[in-house]
Write a protein that binds this ligand. Structure first.
Ligand code: NAI
Length: 666
C-alpha cells in the first residue's frame, strides 16, 4: 500500500487511509475489543469517517474506497447487543434506524467505486454494512460466514439490510436468509448472489479489493428468478414462508418471523418502501418481551461460556461404556475434532455406536474427506489401551454404584495424573462414586443429555470435596466441545432432572384425574414448550421415564400408576409403537385442533408449578449459584420456552407484564 496517509487520526475505532495509488481505505478496528461490533460509538465514528471520505471522493483525487477489518480472520459480528436494552422508546429506536439508513446510504452514494473485503464472521449489522458497498468480496476461509441472525433475537435487520438483500438476491433468497438466520459459507453466499467475488483466504483480500476498485465492473443484474420472487411471485413466496414458519413458531410467541414476512410482502416491491417499513416495524419488535427475553437468554449463555474459560484444552478423550450415551458422547467428541477412544466389554457392543457415529458425521460434516477423517478419529478400544494417553476420561456405563466404583479404581490407576476423570451418571452422588479413589477430589460429573448431539447443555457436576481446578477444567472442556456448561452441585437430580421430573409427574397426575392427554400437551405447547410432557414421555420411553422418576422418589401416586400400567402392557412409547399415543413413522397419531384458540394458560401453569417450585428450591439449596443460572440451565436442558426468559424470570414477571406480551406495532 506504500506509505498511506491517515486522514482521520482522531478516530478510535476506524482508520481512513489514502495510499500511494490514490485509493482510500476504511479500516475497522474496534478499540479494546477482540472482535468488531457496531456499537453506537463505532457508528457515530463511522459518520465522522464519512465526513472525511465524502469531500475527498467528490474532489476526484481518489479512485475508490475499500473497506477491511483489522482483526485477523474476523470481520464484524453485528450490532452491539449489550446496548439494545438502553433503547427504551419507539421514537428513540426509529431515530437510530433512520440514522443508520442515512449513514449506509452515504457509502452507497459515493461517486467513486467502493468494495469491501470480508474474512471471518460477517453477521447482522456487519452484513448490512458490507451490503452497502458496490462490490462484496469474501474469503473462502472456513471461518467466513455471512448472514442475518437477528430473528433469533426476536428482531430483523434494521440497517437497511432487508432492502439491500432483496436488491441483490430477490424475495425468495432474501426471505430465507432472514427467516432461517442461516450463516452462509462464502461459496454458498456467492451462489445466491449475496457476494460478488471470492478469494481463497484473508491474505488475498486486500489485493482483490484493490483490483475491484481500479478496474470496476458494474454489478450483475439479479437473475430473472430473483426479480420475479421480488415482483409478481412475491405473494406466493410469502405464503409459503408463512406456512413453514407457522409449523415452527407461533406468532404470539415469536412475532419477528411473521413481521419479516409481512414486511417483504407489503414493501418488498420497492427499496424505499423497505426502508420505511424497517422504521415502522422494527421498534415494536425490539421493545417486545419476546426480544427482551431472547436477549436475556443470549447474555446468560454468554455468561456460562465466559465462566467456563480456562487453560485446559483436550486433544484426546477416552469414553468407557459404548451404550446409548457413551457411544453418542464419543461420536460427538470426534465430530468436534477430538481423537476419541471408545471402550466397552467387547467389540459387539461398540459396533452399533460406530454405526450411529457414521450417520452423525454424514449429517453434520460436508464432504466425504471430512467424514472419513472423523471416522478415523473414533477408535474402538476394547482393552482400554488408549486410556493412559487421554486428557479426558468419561465413564458412561450402567447406572450401578459398585460397577462404577470398580471401573473408576481402574481408570484412576491408568489415567494421566492431569486427566479429567468424569462420570455421566444421571443420579448417583458424586461422592459415592469417588469413595474408593486415592484422590476423590479429581472426580467430576459431565452430565450429557439425550440426544447428545442435539442437546446444548452439559451439567458439570461438583461436590464440596471436588478440586476447583478439576471442575474448571471440566467446564472448559464442555465449552471446548461447544456445549453450554452449567456448574451444578451434586444433589438429587442435579438441576435439570430435578425440575423436569416433578413437572412430568404433575402432567401424568392431571391426566390420571381425567384431563385428556391431548389437552395437557396442547396447553404446554401453547405455553411455548417444544413438546407436550405426555408426548415427551412417549418419546423418551416410559420405562426410562419411570426409572428416572424412581431415582427422584416418584414411585407411587396416580401418575406413576398410570405409567406402570402401560409399561406392564408392553406399551413403552414411540419405540414400541404404542405408549400414551399410537406412533407411526416417529409421529404421535393425534389431533390437537380441538384445543386451538382455547385459553389453556391456567392449565399449563398448574402443570408447571412443581417445576417452578423445584427451580426455586435448587437456588435456595445452592445447586446453582443464582436464579439466572437456574433459568438458563432449564432453558437449555429442557427446551423451556426461551421467549419466556426462563422459569424463575417468568414467575417473577408474569403478573406484571407477561400476559400483555404483544408488541404494539406488529
Ligand atoms: P447403556 O446401557 O445404553 O450403556 C451402558 C454400556 O456400558 C453398555 O454398552 C455396557 O456394555 C457398558 N458397560 C457396562 N459395564 C462396563 C465396564 N465395566 N466396562 C466397559 N463398559 C461397560 O446405558 P446408557 O443409557 O448409555 O447410560 C449410561 C450412563 O449414562 C448411566 O450412568 C446413565 O445414568 C447415564 N445417562 C443416561 C441417559 C439416558 O438418557 N439414557 C442420560 C444421561 C445420563
Amino acid at each position: 500500500m506504500g506509505n498511506p496517509i491517515d486522514l482521520a487520526p482522531d478516530l478510535k475505532h476506524w482508520r481512513v487511509l489514502q495510499d500511494a495509488e490514490d485509493l482510500l481505505w476504511l479500516i475497522f478496528d474496534k478499540a479494546d475489543a477482540r472482535v468488531n461490533v457496531l456499537s453506537v460509538e463505532a457508528m457515530a465514528e463511522l459518520a465522522q469517517a464519512m465526513d472525511v471520505i465524502e469531500p475527498v471522493a467528490a474532489s476526484g483525487s481518489v479512485k475508490g474506497l475499500g473497506m477491511l477489518s483489522a482483526k485477523p480472520g474476523s470481520y464484524i459480528l453485528g450490532a452491539d447487543i449489550s446496548e439494545f436494552d438502553t433503547w427504551d422508546t419507539e421514537e428513540q429506536i426509529a431515530k437510530g434506524i433512520r440514522d443508520a439508513h442515512a449513514l449506509f446510504a452515504r457509502i452507497e452514494n459515493l461517486p467513486i467505486p467502493t468494495a469491501v473485503g470480508v474474512d471471518g464472521m460477517c453477521l447482522g449489522g456487519g452484513f448490512e454494512l458490507a451490503l452497502s458497498f458496490g462490490t462484496l468480496i469474501a474469503s473462502k476461509s472456513d471461518k467466513t460466514r455471512l448472514g442475518f441472525p437477528e430473528v433469533q433475537l426476536g428482531i430483523f435487520p434494521g440497517f437497511g439490510g432487508t432492502a439491500r438483500i432483496l436488491d441483490r438476491c430477490g424475495g425468495q433468497v432474501g426471505l430465507t436468509a432472514m427467516l432461517t438466520a442461516k450463516h452462509y459459507r462464502a461459496s454458498q453466499a456467492k451462489a445466491l448472489g449475496m457476494v460478488d467475488r471470492l478469494v481463497p483466504d484473508g491474505g488475498h483480500l486486500r489485493w482483490a479489493v484493490r483490483k475491484a476498485l481500479l478496474s470496476p465492473r458494474p454489478r450483475r443484474k439479479p437473475p430473472l428468478m430473483a426479480r420475479l420472487t421480488r415482483g409478481p411471485l412475491r405473494g406466493m413466496v410469502a405464503k409459503k414462508a408463512r406456512q413453514m414458519t407457522a409449523a415452527k413458531a407461533r406468532a404470539d410467541h415469536y412475532p419477528a418471523p411473521y413481521a419479516i414476512i409481512d414486511h417483504v410482502l407489503e414493501s418488498g416491491g420497492s427499496s424505499a418502501a423497505m426502508y420505511k417499513g424497517e422504521v415502522a416495524r422494527f421498534p415494536g419488535l425490539m421493545l417486545s418481551n419476546t426480544a427482551k427475553n431472547l436477549r436475556r437468554v443470549f447474555f446468560l449463555q454468554d455468561r456460562l461460556k465466559k465462566e467456563a474459560r480456562g487453560k485446559f484444552r483436550a486433544r484426546r478423550v477416552h469414553v468407557v461404556g459404548a451404550g446409548l450415551m457413551g457411544g453418542d458422547i464419543a461420536a460427538y467428541c470426534a465430530l468436534q475434532g477430538l481423537e476419541v477412544s471408545l471402550q466397552d466389554l467387547d467389540m459387539d457392543r461398540i459396533a452399533p455406536a460406530l454405526k450411529r457415529a457414521k450417520r452423525l458425521f454424514k449429517k453434520r460434516l460436508r464432504g466425504s474427506a471430512a467424514q472419513k477423517a472423523a471416522e478415523a478419529r473414533l477408535i474402538p478400544d476394547v482393552e482400554g489401551k488408549h486410556l493412559a494417553r487421554a486428557d479426558v476420561v468419561i465413564e458412561a456405563i450402567v447406572e450401578k454404584l459398585e460397577v462404577k466404583q470398580k471401573v473408576f479404581a481402574d481408570i484412576e490407576a491408568k489415567a494421566r495424573p492431569d486427566a479429567i476423570l468424569a462420570t455421566n451418571t444421571s443420579a448417583l452422588p458424586l461422592a459415592d462414586i469417588a469413595e474408593g479413589l486415592k484422590e476423590p477430589g479429581r472426580l467430576v460429573g459431565l452430565h450429557f443429555f439425550n440426544p447428545v448431539a442435539q442437546m446444548p447443555l452439559v451439567e458439570v457436576v461438583y461436590d464440596p470435596a471436588s478440586h476447583e481446578d478439576s471442575v474448571q477444567a471440566a467446564l472448559a472442556f464442555a465449552a471446548q466441545i461447544k456445549k453450554t456448561p452449567l456448574k451444578v452441585l451434586s444433589a438429587k437430580g442435579f438441576m435439570v432432572n430435578r425440575v423436569l421430573v416433578p413437572y412430568m409427574y404433575k402432567a401424568l397426575e392431571v391426566v390420571a384425574a381425567g384431563t385428556p392427554k391431548e389437552k395437557v400437551d396442547a396447553a404446554l405447547l401453547q405455553f411455548g414448550m417444544p413438546m407436550g410432557p405426555i408426548e415427551l414421555l412417549d418419546q423418551v420411553g416410559l420405562d426410562v421415564g419411570a426409572y428416572v422418576g424412581k431415582t427422584l422418589g416418584f414411585e407411587e401416586g396416580p401418575g406413576a400408576d398410570l405409567m406402570q400400567d402401560l409399561i406392564d402392557a408392553g406399551k413403552l412409547g414411540m419405540k414400541t409403537g404404542q405408549g400414551f399415543y399410537t406412533w407411526k413413522d416417529r409421529k404421535a397419531q393425534r389431533s390437537l385442533a380441538e384445543y386451538e384458540g382455547q385459553d389453556l394458560l391456567t392449565l399449563a401453569e398448574e402443570i408447571l408449578q412443581p417445576l417452578f417450585d423445584e427451580c426455586q428450591r435448587a437456588v435456595d439449596e445452592g445447586v446453582v449459584d443464582d436464579a439466572d443460572l437456574a433459568d438458563v440451565g432449564v432453558i437449555f436442558g429442557t427446551g423451556f420456552a426461551p421467549f419466556r426468559g426462563g422459569p424463575l424470570h417468568y414467575v417473577a414477571n408474569r403478573d406484571v407484564a407477561q400476559r400483555a406480551a404483544t408488541p404494539k406495532t406488529v
